[in-house]
Ligand binder design. Structure first.
Ligand code: COA
Length: 211
């Protein structure tokens, strides 16, 4: 039996805990050991959760530990996970029992698939991706590492979301569009053409947001 440690004990971390105990494998292949967070007061005022085990850097990794990162910021998540990986940490993919995963899909380690999300056939998902509740990744999509897809977003067939891309709540990315590394799609946008790496697009049709 593996013991899951959730990185981040804030609101998203608490949500990941409730999803984790409704995931395939819970109680059979893994249980939840606790949280690690640099804010040692992050659990104050909350009851009914596993313990806060310490800060991220001070936690001593044990043999059967596996990790899952709840941090929403893709940049911060990437930095923390890569640091833990260099210390030997292994990451666990959590797929909620209500999610629909078609055959012939592949997932890297450390991914999250929330309640009622759908991942279509022949989709490939990299490591440490966040696929939130009710989102859809359609057939033949290629999703890189540390990609974030928020609730009710729809990624249509054949789309490519490169490493660390973010698609926010309710956005739609059209057929075969490529969203570049570190790019951001604003909530409720409709993306019909390539998004350059590191840029943010918004609106319908989505255009570049110049800061
Ligand atoms: C992309 C995003 C991060 C940009 O946020 P921001 O950098 O704070 O940008 P601002 O709110 O200052 O907006 C900048 C401009 O873009 C426009 N804009 C921002 N988001 C937009 C959107 N989704 N659709 C259309 N226009 C948008 C604003 O109206 C503003 O225009 P203006 O300069 O003419 O006034 C934000 O819009 C967004 O989508 N947040 C995600 C929310 C979400 O889904 N969270 C998930 C929680 S689980």
């Amino acid at each position: 039996m593996k013991h899951l440690i959730i990185i981040g004990a804030g609101g998203m971390g608490r949500s990941v805990y409730w999803v984790a105990i409704g995931c395939h494998g819970y109680g059979e292949t893994f249980d939840v050991k606790g949280f690690i967070d640099d804010d040692l007061t992050s659990q104050d005022g909350y009851e009914g959760y596993p313990p806060l085990l310490g800060t991220i850097d001070s936690y001593q990794i044990e043999e059967d530990d596996v990790f899952h990162c709840s941090i929403g910021s893709v940049k911060t998540k990437f930095a923390i996970c890569e640091k833990l990986k260099s210390r030997g940490a292994k990451f666990l993919t959590l797929i909620h029992k209500t999610a629909v995963i078609h055959p012939h899909t592949t997932f890297g380690d450390g991914c999250f698939v929330g309640e009622y999300a759908i991942v279509g056939t022949e989709a490939t998902i990299g490591e440490n991706c966040l696929i939130q509740q009710y989102s859809i990744i359609s057939h033949d999509c290629r999703i890189g590492d540390y990609v974030r897809v928020d609730t009710h977003a729809v990624i249509i067939g054949g789309v490519e979301l490169k490493d660390r891309a973010t698609v926010h709540t309710g956005a739609v990315v059209s057929h075969k569009v490529v969203v570049g590394e570190d790019a951001v799609v604003a909530a409720c946008s409709f993306v019909i053409k390539k998004v350059k790496p590191g840029t943010t697009v918004c609106g319908n049709p989505a255009i570049r947001l110049d800061y």
